[in-house]
Design a protein around this ligand. Structure first.
Ligand code: DGY
Length: 434
């Protein structure tokens, strides 16, 4: 155990950059990513509170005037990644950060619950409480941004306009949306496939779709209302909304702790109730026994089960009855003894691919949320299994980005895929073990 933690610390230290932030993985991801930073901060907090705070601070420093927080902050130049700042051109938005170049899309809003966990890990230290007092309004402003600009139907559910905003970049769920589009063939040089086996990454054609949506957003200067009107990709994602709900809960608790701020607590409380009701009415599918995605552009639920389907447990959104249904679905489709929990996409489905990025492999951050969600609803043994599986995968294979869910993988010497020395795998292992 101590050895594993030491190795995890080495991964984090090696990915820590002079500018005070941490890259997810050398070569493959050479900048700061939004939700990565949150999980990374939890790892640091167990042995270096300053670095944990720096991680959040450097991200918040790139917040836009309208409250938006970008999914990548380009602190530095790098020719090992595509598409970089020259493609994204987020400065087209009049309120974009003047200080940093960034993307014009976001990622799941994890920062609220990360601050709550940081306070816990620090043993409720004064230093951390002061840090939170200094930064909490920025997170609040970010939530306000979501409810003001991304909640189209005013039902508490916020949309994403790009698959990269979901965090689950090439999920098979998006295939249905790609079927409705016919983007031009872009000429560009992929960089990710120079670092990782192309069999484990999205296809060239998928990248055409990704780039095309960005071009549409650029055409409208990243204006939210215009994007909502014109983006072919407009989705209510259960993971994204669950993170917002869990972070609302954390902000309410932290504001309560800090004192004052009644108006903010009441705004968050009102939104929280709406979001939970919206999630349960619009994104829960009785027949599948799971939360699903909703395609706003084509006005229909997307009928697939993936690891995101279970994240509302972590947010405390389902009723106890719904939680039981979710656990049955989880066991039925993902929980076979021959598999590690939790595959990122339904292993019984024909679109499942055990090696390809978000089309099947196990991801440690999803497992971390699943573990805490199951614990929250009293499924202690299953929560323990998710934790053990996570630790075993890392112990057997190293700190990879994602892992094969099959215990009898025919390609047995290789169960770890994507980037090696991946920061959040290391950080969350530390948080699991401490
Ligand atoms: C990538 O480049 O694959 C990143 O995940 C985008 O956020």
């Amino acid at each position: 155990k101590e050895k594993l933690i030491d190795n995890a610390i080495q991964v984090l230290e090696r990915n820590f950059q002079e500018g005070g932030f941490t890259i997810p993985s050398e070569g493959l991801y050479p900048f700061q990513w939004k939700w990565d930073s949150g999980f990374i901060a939890l790892g640091f907090a167990h042995y270096d509170l300053k670095k944990a705070m720096g991680e959040i601070e450097t991200l918040m420093d790139a917040q836009w005037e309208n409250g938006f927080i970008p999914h990548i902050v380009f602190h530095n130049d790098s020719d090992s990644y595509f598409p970089g700042p020259d493609f994204h051109q987020s400065h087209l938005h009049p309120q974009a950060s003047k200080k940093y170049r960034s993307t014009g899309m976001t990622q799941p809003p994890v920062t609220g619950f990360i601050l709550e966990r940081l306070l816990e890990i620090s043993g409720e230290s004064h230093e951390m409480l002061d840090f939170i007092a200094k930064h909490i309004d920025k997170v609040y402003h970010n939530h306000e941004y979501f409810y003001t600009h991304r909640d189209l139907e005013k039902n508490g559910l916020v949309y994403i306009y790009h698959n990269w905003e979901s965090g689950t970049d090439n999920s098979p769920i998006w295939d249905d949306i790609w079927d409705t589009m016919d983007p031009p063939e872009y000429e560009f040089e992929r960089r990710d496939t120079t670092h990782v086996d192309p069999a484990q990454r999205p296809s060239k054609r998928e990248y055409d779709h990704y780039l095309y949506i960005i071009d549409i957003a650029k055409k409208y200067n990243y204006d939210d209302a215009k994007i909502a009107e014109h983006s072919p990709f407009l989705v209510l994602d259960p993971l994204f909304n669950a993170m917002l709900i869990r972070s609302n809960e954390a902000l309410i608790k932290l504001y309560g702790r800090l004192g004052g701020n009644e108006d903010k607590i009441s705004f968050l409380g009102e939104k929280q109730a709406q979001s939970i009701a919206g999630l349960n009415s619009k994104l829960f599918n009785e027949d599948l026994g799971a939360y699903v995605h909703f395609d706003l552009r084509n006005n229909k639920q997307l009928l697939y089960v993936c690891s995101s389907s279970f994240t509302p447990l972590y947010a405390g959104a389902p009723t106890q009855e719904q939680a039981k249904i979710l656990v049955n679905t989880l066991m039925d489709k993902f929980g076979d003894e021959g598999r590690y929990l939790c595959a990122s996409f339904d292993p019984t489905h024909e679109r499942f691919n055990p090696r390809k990025y978000w089309r099947g492999p196990v991801w440690i951050n999803l497992n971390w949320m699943l573990h805490h969600g199951l614990k929250r609803y009293g499924f202690t043994d299953l929560a323990q299994r998710v934790k053990n599986d996570s630790l075993e995968l890392i112990d057997n294979n190293g700190f990879f980005e994602y892992f094969d869910s099959r215990k009898d993988n025919p390609d047995a010497e290789k169960n770890g895929y994507g980037g090696d020395n991946f920061s959040w795998s290391a950080a969350l292992l530390i948080d699991f073990l401490k």
